[in-house]
Design a protein. Sequence first.
Length: 95
Amino acid sequence: MQTSTSDFIDLTASFARAVAEHLKESLNSVTTAKRVFNLDEAAEYCGLTRDSFKKKVVRDRIRKVRVDKCWRFDKADLDAWIDRHKEQIAQEAPA
């Protein structure tokens, strides 16, 4: 099969448009991402079980907001907690 230079350019332009569209969709989903998590979502975000996360909230004093007798967690606070405990998390993870 013989391809011409114009076929190659058309394929490249199509690919570039597809990549640009994918990046645009990805950026839109990032801007609408959740900022505040409930207990289960926060535990999942941190990669922990619900019970393990609850213990760490009490022991490590992870910042939380109480809303209607329920805990809520700001993503920025969870990220800060993860950053402070990166070395410990790596040591606790099963090999």
